[in-house]
Design a protein around this ligand. Sequence first.
Ligand SMILES: [Fe+2]
Length: 391
Amino acid sequence: MEESEAFDVVLPPRVVVGGGATARAGTLAARMGIRRVLVVTDPGLREHVAVRAVADGLAAAGIAAAVFDGVQVDPTVGNVADGIEALASHGADGVVAVGGGSPIDAAKGIAALAVGEPDRDLIALAGFDKVGGRALPLIAVPTTAGSGSEMTRAAVIADPARQIKVPVYDDALLPAIALVDHRNTLTMPRQLTAEVGIDALVHAVEAMTSRAAFPVTDRFSLEAARLIGPNLVRVCEQPDDDAARAAMARGATLAGAAISNATIALVHGMARPLGAHFHVAHGAATGILLAPVVRFGLGATPERYAAIARAAGAAGDQHPDEEAGERLVDWIERLVAEIGIPRLGAQGIAPEAFAAALEPMADAALASNGPEFNCREASRDQIVAIYREAW
Ligand SMILES: [Fe+2]
């Protein structure tokens, strides 16, 4: 994008970042005039410190809360429908999402579909600006450092019956408030820490090299890479390192702001079909695909790959752009291995099933909005080749 062209920055009106931010949920909800809240989370988080802190804060502010914990990993249209039912039976006029990307994405769907015409199908509203702009107020409280969903106007919803995962983009899905409290991430298990952490790095790299990047998203991407680069291995190995967890939380939130405004590109376009066909976790899928997609794109924008490589610590100022890009690919491959994410071939996928799915997955990737924003255009054959390279 030309620097003189108009650009559009969409962010939540209030973002509170740092230790103790969770405790603000009650007072901030009350200030927005919310009286009854549906807390949306997943069954594994029911006893999580963040759910308790949110519930205590809401109670102290005189707000009646009900908890809906029916969100699964890769939330489905069914999860959203169940949440809307829970919301109606509680008479909630606001939603607080507590969790990783899945509960936050589901809560976005619940808050948006709860107003307007009944019985709308989120899958039918996939794409840009079809939801209608209105929603109940949503407060997002991430318990992972990765998805960045608290900063975005996107939700990815799965329809298991059709083996699809589709992104829905609409201002109605943007949280009113994000409470980014790294203390909520201190108990995150290692594998989840690794998967969501690498996804945050992918957001920074994809946003930096997206065709829709602009100077504001560049600052977010570079700062995110600077925070995530040296800290991802650290949080995997020292889960209680408060400073490293704080850096990852800030980095993931900035990367979310970057990707939401500069849009996802080829890695995300290709990752979703892997999730839909083989249930590869989102962060594992994007992490595995990152190195081959960067290698594919290097020549298209060497200076941007070099900038992100230097910010992340994969290359130094002494390395010319081309070399910095190559170092970035090597660094990503080592990083993904070091944090314990196996290649696609070691993800328990049957080789014949993978071979049979290659072309449908490439078609699904091409049908998403990702590839059109990639710095280098990819053909169907090239996408198939990248999937094979990631095996
Ligand atoms: Fe992602």
